[in-house]
Design a protein around this ligand. Structure first.
Ligand SMILES: *[C@@H]1O[C@H](CO)[C@@H](O)[C@H](O)[C@H]1NC(C)=O
Ligand SMILES: *[C@@H]1O[C@H](CO)[C@@H](O)[C@H](O)[C@H]1NC(C)=O
Ligand SMILES: *[C@@H]1O[C@H](CO)[C@@H](O)[C@H](O)[C@H]1NC(C)=O
Ligand SMILES: *[C@@H]1O[C@H](CO)[C@@H](O)[C@H](O)[C@H]1NC(C)=O
Ligand SMILES: *[C@@H]1O[C@H](CO)[C@@H](O)[C@H](O)[C@H]1NC(C)=O
Ligand SMILES: *[C@@H]1O[C@H](CO)[C@@H](O)[C@H](O)[C@H]1NC(C)=O
Length: 341
């Protein structure tokens, strides 16, 4: 009897707590923090009060505004995602710095947004996801991004950014995904990029294709647990064999259209590879026989290199035609027309 009463009492306490939590969540949502509201209205004004922000009016709670996301408990603005509008023009407003609780900022497919990435972004100390992609933003990838200690993912792809990948990004302990492909970057890779990640816990993603990056793959990169690495269409050179290794978690590797030069016979191919493009480099040696054991391999391209020897057969090698192997120094055997001597 006593047990039942206790159970009922704790049940009703739980119900009360739930009701209270729901009420405070909706109260928080209705409240709309005045600082957040002021920052959002300043962003709207800085962009010239465009139609895109028509729902951003002081008579609605700012958590209900288009593109705005609030934390259900605190009612603070934690997300701002503005995308797909060619009519928005101007520079990224400094007023974003007023969204002090922001965790996710996305500016995507806004070709009329131009100018540099402003220092205001560096003041968003809780930012975990930063996307500025498919915009007209130019200037450097700012060094101050290295102060965003909670950053997990950085996507600055498809802009007009110049200069180098800043070494300051290497200081970030939980930044595991960097995409700055399709810009005009120059310079070499910071050797310590991803070095603070716990490689037993977190795989890394690096996409830098279509830039003008130079230098070689830093030896330090052999210790990074890359799941994906795309360095294609740059001006990298030298040895990239440190990215390989049988137990590495790499699934997609694209090193195509660079000037990499190393002995492919000497590498162990990562067992989980499903896509490997090494085309248009100066890679020599032969194709490791172990390739036939890569059961997930769907794309394999070693064309336009300096490879020699027999193309391995067996496994799922039958799914790759001569175009995967063309223009090498002396590769031979099927599917190539040249028989091995
Ligand atoms: C952009 O502006 C044009 C012309 O004013 C308008 O027709 C169109 O709906 C606008 N697009 C968006 C996404 O607001
Ligand atoms: C940043 O996030 C942490 C943990 O999520 C939170 O405790 C802190 O209040 C946040 N700070 C700001 C300024 O939002
Ligand atoms: C790379 O540099 C070359 C020569 O300086 C230039 O023509 C080309 O447009 C650049 N490519 C990119 C993606 O910046
Ligand atoms: C490439 O490495 C293999 C195996 O380690 C070795 O036998 C071969 O001589 C090397 N080829 C060249 C061109 O260095
Ligand atoms: C491929 O796998 C088979 C079966 O597990 C193994 O016997 C063979 O040694 C492997 N070949 C290479 C080149 O790793
Ligand atoms: C491999 O790359 C070459 C050069 O870019 C291309 O011509 C060929 O179509 C590719 N082959 C396959 C199978 O993707």
């Amino acid at each position: 009897m006593k047990t039942t009463t206790t159970a009922m009492r704790s049940l009703s306490v739980a119900v009360l707590l739930l009701v209270a939590a729901a009420a405070s969540a909706s109260a928080a949502k209705d409240r709309c923090h005045s600082g957040d509201k002021a920052a959002l209205l300043a962003i709207k004004a800085a962009l010239g009060n465009p139609y895109h922000f028509a729902s951003w009016t002081p008579d609605n709670p700012c958590c209900d505004w288009y593109d705005v996301d609030c934390d259900a408990t605190t009612g603070r603005v934690v997300g701002l995602a503005v995308f797909q509008d060619a009519n928005l023009t101007g520079t990224i407003p400094d007023a974003v710095a007023g969204l002090v609780h922001l965790q996710n900022l996305m500016l995507h497919h806004l070709p009329g947004i131009s100018g540099p990435i402003p220092p205001a972004i560096g003041r968003l100390s809780n930012l975990s996801f930063l996307t500025i992609s498919w915009t007209g933003v130019s200037g450097p990838v700012p060094s101050f991004l290295g102060t965003l200690t909670r950053l997990n993912q950085l996507d600055l792809s498809f802009n007009a950014l110049t200069g180098a990948v800043p070494a300051s990004l290497a200081a970030l302990p939980s930044l595991y995904s960097i995409d700055i492909s399709r810009n005009r970057l120059t310079g070499s890779l910071p050797p310590l990029l991803f070095s603070r990640l716990d490689k037993a816990q977190q795989e890394a993603y690096l996409r830098l294709s279509h830039n003008n990056l130079t230098g070689s793959v830093p030896p330090e990169f052999s210790a990074v647990a890359f799941a994906q690495v795309d360095l294609s269409r740059n001006a990298f050179a030298g040895d990239a064999s440190g990215l390989f290794g049988r137990a590495k978690p790499v699934q997609q590797m694209d090193l195509s259209r660079n000037a990499f030069s190393f002995n492919l016979s000497a590498v162990e191919l990562p067992e989980q590879l499903n896509s490997l493009d090494l085309s248009h480099n100066a890679i020599y040696g032969g194709i490791p026989a172990q390739v036939v054991n890569l059961t997930n391999l769907q794309l394999f391209n070693v064309s336009y290199n300096r490879l020699c020897g027999a193309v391995p057969t067996g496994g799922n090698m039958a799914s790759f035609d001569a175009y995967s192997y063309q223009h090498n120094r002396c590769l031979c055997g099927p599917p190539l027309a040249d028989p091995c001597k």
